[in-house]
Design a binder for this molecule. Structure first.
Ligand SMILES: NC(=O)c1ccc[n+]([C@@H]2O[C@H](COP(=O)([O-])OP(=O)(O)OC[C@H]3O[C@@H](n4cnc5c(N)ncnc54)[C@H](OP(=O)(O)O)[C@@H]3O)[C@@H](O)[C@H]2O)c1
Length: 244
């Protein structure tokens, strides 16, 4: 493979770190983006062969930072072939107590960067006549989940966004898909109360939480030539958990 370049947002830990490592091991040059987790991003870089991965810092809730990040990756690594929009936050709250600020934070962190990074990356990819955009949505964006209405709304929006840009960008050879994780063992889920974890597990036919590597396998597949005829769809990686 001529060395392609992949940008993984939120590559400092959890699912993003696993995606960055999987893509690096598959031969991609990897831009490991982080916001505050410099140590985690450097650890990912150091696990890959020297020169194969570079850490990039940006707060993606700042729209200008999204444009600057794509520009920096292109300048430093030479191209941008795969964009993995993984960075995200969960703010869980029942509707009665959900605040307008929570809504704004979720949109600014989970949704707007997916739009802006895809837009800026697509400009590079259109010139290359090829590219992959892989967006991390969520099972709850498809099923809903009590206490997660705002988070689920951002994830459902990512699905509609991805299906739309898949149709727009197909002619330029750019394939756009989602990976929708179920409940995965990361920092995002580690503070869930034991009874909540148990009630989630009761709804997972495979009877375990997913691992970041379970998700990274699907992302790496969608980035690869094995996925050449797949666009505008979602791979659900959730142990069979489709109902809440
Ligand atoms: N874990 C699950 O069960 C689950 C289920 C469904 C979907 N997902 C989705 O999968 C993705 C990864 O989840 P995860 O569990 O791996 O999350 P995580 O462990 O909490 O990590 C979140 C990542 O997002 C980055 N991030 C947060 N706010 C940011 C901002 N303003 N600008 C830039 N980066 C920011 C963090 O960067 P720093 O650490 O550097 O600040 C971190 O790398 C998310 O989109 C999440 O919604 C997760």
């Amino acid at each position: 493979m001529s060395q392609k370049v992949a940008l993984v947002t939120g590559g400092s830990r959890g699912i993003g770190a696993a995606c960055a490592l999987a893509l690096g091991r598959a031969g991609y040059k990897v831009a490991v983006h982080y916001r505050s987790g410099e140590e985690g991003a450097r650890a990912v870089v150091s696990e890959l062969p020297s020169g194969q991965a570079v850490a990039f810092k940006a707060d993606l809730s700042d729209p200008a930072a999204c444009q600057d990040l794509v520009k920096a990756v292109k300048e430093q690594l030479g191209s941008l072939d795969v964009l993995v929009n993984n960075a995200g936050v969960a703010i869980d709250q029942v509707l009665a107590f959900a605040k307008p600020d929570d809504f704004d934070t979720l949109i600014a962190t989970n949704l707007r960067p997916v739009f802006l990074l895809s837009k800026h990356a697509a400009k590079v990819m259109i010139r290359q006549r090829s590219g992959r955009i892989i967006n991390l949505s969520s099972v709850v964006g498809h099923t809903g989940n009590a206490g997660q209405s705002l988070y689920a709304a951002t994830k459902a929006a990512i699905t509609g966004f991805t299906q739309s840009i898949a149709q727009e960008l197909a002619a330029a050879g750019i394939l756009c898909n989602c990976v929708a994780p179920g409940f995965i063992a990361t920092d995002m889920t580690k503070d869930l109360k034991e009874e909540v974890k148990q009630s989630i597990l009761a709804r997972v036919p495979l009877k375990r939480l997913g691992t970041p590597e379970d998700i990274a396998n699907a992302v790496e597949f969608l980035a690869s030539d094995r996925a050449n005829y797949i666009t505008g769809t979602t791979i659900h990686v959730n142990g069979g958990m489709y109902t809440t």
